[in-house]
Design a binder for this molecule. Structure first.
Ligand code: PMP
Length: 399
């Protein structure tokens, strides 16, 4: 049904539909419209945009486990975790995740987004303080908004600012919130220093290790494990199962008393349908593969460094990777878009990050390395990115 905008605004109030149209036109003018691009199953494109860092999403063992779990348990979990949505598989995954990463306990969610909302909101509330890094993921930001806590945004990776905010918070309870590996540039947070600041002031540290799991740390156990703080009583780690594990879902890791607190109080846990058995089984199998093939994380890192070095040599402004994310700066949102589009029509799919998805208004191509990329793939990617830059008017200064 189409609603006439004239009718909608006849009461005198501003018309929502007119407002939508105006905003939409403004985004189009600024080159910020987005569109969905359904993938086809027979595509031969080279994928440098997905989060399948270890190439496990299509691994027959992982996909096969998902299919078998669907046949055994059904296609959905059938209810919220506290009613019918917890199967033996969920319990096994929680045990395995905690065991693999080295934490005391784990709780599985329907997504990493929900895990972040849950961790932040359940640990805070009105009259408490949250000190958040300026570049945290949108799901953590939304958690801070939902919490109704007092939020201090600290400059990116500025431990001095975090410490100052903690020391001047008065009597309020506090948490510090950060990503381990940041989504946009792939840089890593000073986790040990942040933890030290938390310990000294009685705050808890919440770390989103979405991009660390499977790539960083011993055998891919994540950046929090790498920092040696995964067992600390005041550290809570959140994860997604949708990146290196090639599955779907999220998790919170931490001391058992924190996990019990989440089960009793976290609304994104209590009121959400449990993760589908297929995703649980896929994640379990991916962890098993990580244990059996511990060189996969290192291969993903090597590919990331290779991509970064070759693009730097070609004269672009490229991040130095700490995990699988490699970002390449573009002069403007329009050029970033055209650069990414030209790559795509040449068969190489790259991510395009533009405002409002970037914290510093700088547009970028975002490449993700994968453990299963070959030398020929890397060469093809670098050639196409270089050639596409010219057609988007992006200058480079080859070394
Ligand atoms: N945190 C970070 C840093 C992420 O990049 C993402 C996914 N884009 C999430 C959380 C959300 O995870 P999920 O996709 O499982 O909801």
């Amino acid at each position: 049904m189409t609603v006439s905008t004239t009718e909608a605004s006849s009461s005198g109030g501003e018309s929502t539909l007119d407002w939508i149209d105006t905003r939409s036109e403004a985004r189009a003018k600024a080159g910020l419209s987005r569109r969905l691009r359904p993938r086809t199953s027979d595509s031969t494109d080279l994928d440098l945009a997905s989060n399948d860092y270890l190439g496990l999403a299509k691994d027959k063992r992982v996909a096969g486990a998902a299919a078998a779990a669907t046949l055994k348990w059904g296609s959905g979990s059938t209810g919220s975790r506290l009613v019918t949505g917890s199967t033996e598989l969920h319990a096994e995954l929680e045990f395995e995740l905690a065991n693999f990463c080295g934490s005391q306990s784990a709780l599985v969610f329907s997504s990493g987004y929900m895990a972040n909302l849950a961790a932040v909101t359940a640990l805070t509330g009105p009259g408490t303080a949250i000190v958040a890094d300026q570049h945290i993921h949108a799901s953590l930001i939304d958690g801070t908004r939902l919490s109704k806590a007092d939020v201090v945004v600290a400059d990116h990776c500025d431990v001095g600012k975090v410490r100052h905010a903690l020391e001047t918070r008065g009597k309020r309870r506090a948490i510090v919130v950060t990503d381990s590996v940041f989504s946009v540039d792939g840089d890593i947070a000073p986790l040990n220093e942040l933890h030290e600041a938390c310990r000294a002031t009685g705050a808890a540290l919440v770390v989103d290790d979405a991009h660390g799991l499977g790539v960083v740390g011993p055998g891919g156990r994540g950046a929090v494990a790498e920092a040696g703080i995964v067992k600390a009583p005041d550290v809570i780690t959140t994860l997604t199962l949708s990146k290196s594990l090639g599955a779907q879902g999220g998790a919170v890791l931490g001391p058992s008393r924190v996990i019990r607190h989440l089960i009793d109080t976290a609304r994104p846990f209590i009121f959400d349908t449990g993760l589908a058995p297929s995703s649980v089984a896929a994640a379990l199998t991916a962890i098993k593969i990580l244990r059996e093939e511990p060189d996969r994380p290192e291969r993903a890192l090597t590919v990331a460094h290779d991509l970064s070095n070759r693009l730097k040599e070609a004269g672009f402004q490229v991040s130095t990777p700490t995990a699988a994310v490699v970002s390449v700066r573009a002069p403007s949102p329009e050029q970033a878009f055209q650069w990414a589009e030209t790559c795509r029509t040449s068969g190489v799919v790259v991510g395009c990050f533009r405002p409002p998805s970037v914290p510093d208004q700088i547009s970028r191509l975002r490449l993700t390395a994968r453990a299963d990329l070959t030398e020929a793939d890397i060469e093809r990617a670098v050639r196409v990115i270089r050639e596409s830059a010219a057609s988007a008017g992006v200058e480079s200064r080859p070394r």
